[in-house]
Design a protein around this ligand. Structure first.
Ligand code: PAF
Length: 281
């Protein structure tokens, strides 16, 4: 596996692949890789001749006061895992390589149809940062396909909508959330949980499952389901930011006649912000 740190080297490599008529699949990450990320690599290998995994902790998507400085950076361990999993290339640029002119006044991509609500309400500017860096990675790697996990469901729709709106010729593939045995969605931020909070954390998925069960049974009292879920979370010392039943396709509010839902939730447990969702049709 080759490790590339500079955009110029990446462009040279990508050009060679394209000239040989070979396909490329991109797996963008912020590192501190877990089985969720590695399952994206497994799928990417099935889709293209070359898998380019990227590791870049993107300052533009962290809002003030968030964990940009302390976000776990484990490049050595991550590159070993990618090598073992068969990625052909790791692109791990520094901040100055991605933002040579700095962040101030940098061009930003915004996807207003998918922003301003749910995570977009509590993290203003976050999705602009995601859309901007992902579009830069798309331009640098020029992949045929890019893969994202469904755990960041709103992020996935932001990227899909950006690709549609800007006619970007890349197929977006998504993969189901990978979970611990007790149901907790894998996340690099799970490492922030204290021992006792880690034991409690699967309650989030249990709440999502119980709402999904109700929806499957035909319960369409969305407001009631959401407020009972939030109450249950509060009783177990979670501080819910949102718990919302939305339409799967575009995150708009559902009606009783709808059948394809996604139930999304963000909550704090101690100082850790956890997100998760359940998709049901
Ligand atoms: O999901 C992530 O890890 C990041 O938001 C992404 C897509 C790699 C962009 O920085």
């Amino acid at each position: 596996m080759q490790i590339i740190h500079h955009t110029l080297d990446l462009r040279t490599q990508v050009k060679k692949w394209h000239m040989a008529g070979e396909t490329v699949c991109l797996v963008p990450t912020m590192g501190n890789l877990h089985e969720g990320h590695l399952s994206l690599v497994d799928r990417a290998k099935q889709l293209a001749d070359h898998v380019v995994a990227t590791i870049f902790v993107n300052p533009m998507q962290f809002i003030q006061g968030e964990d940009f400085d302390t976000y776990p950076r484990t490049l050595e361990q991550d590159s070993m895992a990618l090598f073992e999993r068969g990625a052909s290339t790791l692109f791990a640029p520094g901040v100055e390589e991605v933002y040579p002119a700095g962040l101030e006044h940098h061009t930003e991509i915004s996807v207003p149809s998918m922003d301003g609500f749910l995570c977009g309400a509590s993290r203003p500017g976050h999705f602009n940062g995601v859309a901007t860096v992902v579009s830069k990675l798309f331009n640098l790697v020029q992949p045929d396909t890019a893969i994202f996990g469904q755990k960041d469901y709103q992020q996935l729709l932001v990227i899909k909508r950006m690709v549609d709106d800007l006619c970007i010729p890349i197929d977006i593939v998504s993969l189901a959330t990978v979970r611990e045995d007790d149901g907790l969605a894998l996340s690099s931020r799970n490492g922030y949980l204290s021992e006792s909070d880690r034991i409690k954390a699967p309650v989030i998925y249990q709440q999502l499952q119980s709402i999904a069960e109700q929806l499957k049974k035909g319960n369409r009292n969305f407001a009631d389901l959401e407020s009972v879920g939030k109450k249950n979370l509060k009783e177990q010392n979670f501080d819910p930011e949102y718990l919302s039943i939305r339409r799967q396709a575009d995150l708009t509010l559902p009606e009783a006649s709808d059948t394809d839902f996604v139930v999304l939730l963000a909550a704090r447990l101690g100082t850790t912000r956890l997100i998760d969702n359940i998709i049901l049709s």
